[in-house]
Unconditional design. Structure first.
Length: 159
C-alpha cells in the first residue's frame, strides 16, 4: 500500500508518560509516607529483582529500536513509518519498546521500594494503550493495509 506521510499523530513522547507516572508514584509515596513494597529490609533482594527488570526492559526496548534502525524506519511515533517491521522480537510482540519501558518502570519502582509507582503502572499502560498504541495501530493500518492487519492478527500487542 505504501507509506503515509501523516504519521500516527501521537501527541506526546511515550517515554514521558512512563517517566511522569514513575515520578508521581515515587514522589507521592515519599511525600505522603505511603507504604513501600515490604522489601525495605531486603535491599539485596530488591536490588536483584529491580535490577533484573530494568536490565530486561532495556534489552527488550533496545532490540526493538535496533530493528527499526536497521530497517531505516522511524522510531518516534510522530514520523511516518517507511517499513512494517515484523521479524525478530516483533514476531512475539507488536510493541517491544513499550513493553521494555514497562519492565524498566517496574524495575525502578522496585528499586525505589515504591508501591505507589507500581499501583500507577496500570494507569500508565492504559494511557500508552489509548493515546499512543491505538493511534499507531490506526496509522499502520492506513499505511500498510492488509499486511498490517495480518500481522496484528498473528502477533499479540504486548506479550
Amino acid at each position: 500500500m505504501g507509506r503515509f506521510s501523516d504519521g500516527a499523530k501521537v501527541l506526546f513522547p511515550p517515554p514521558l508518560v512512563y517517566v511522569i507516572g514513575l515520578a508521581l508514584g515515587i514522589g507521592a509515596g515519599r511525600l505522603l509516607k505511603l507504604p513501600g513494597l515490604g522489601l525495605g529490609s531486603e535491599p539485596e533482594l530488591r536490588g536483584l529483582i529491580g535490577g533484573l527488570a530494568v536490565a530486561a526492559g532495556l534489552v527488550v526496548g533496545f532490540v526493538g529500536a535496533g530493528l527499526f534502525l536497521r530497517q531505516r524506519t522511524a522510531i518516534v511515533p510522530f514520523k511516518p513509518a517507511s517499513h512494517l517491521v515484523t521479524s525478530g522480537i516483533y514476531g512475539w510482540t507488536r510493541n517491544p519498546m513499550y513493553a521494555g519501558m514497562a519492565l524498566s518502570y517496574a524495575g525502578v519502582a522496585v528499586l525505589s521500594n515504591s508501591l505507589a509507582a507500581l499501583v500507577l503502572l496500570p494507569l500508565v499502560l492504559a494511557t500508552i494503550q489509548g493515546q499512543v498504541i491505538a493511534r499507531e495501530e490506526a496509522y499502520l493500518e492506513r499505511a500498510f493495509g492488509s499486511a498490517y492487519v495480518a500481522y496484528k492478527n498473528r502477533v499479540r500487542r504486548w506479550i
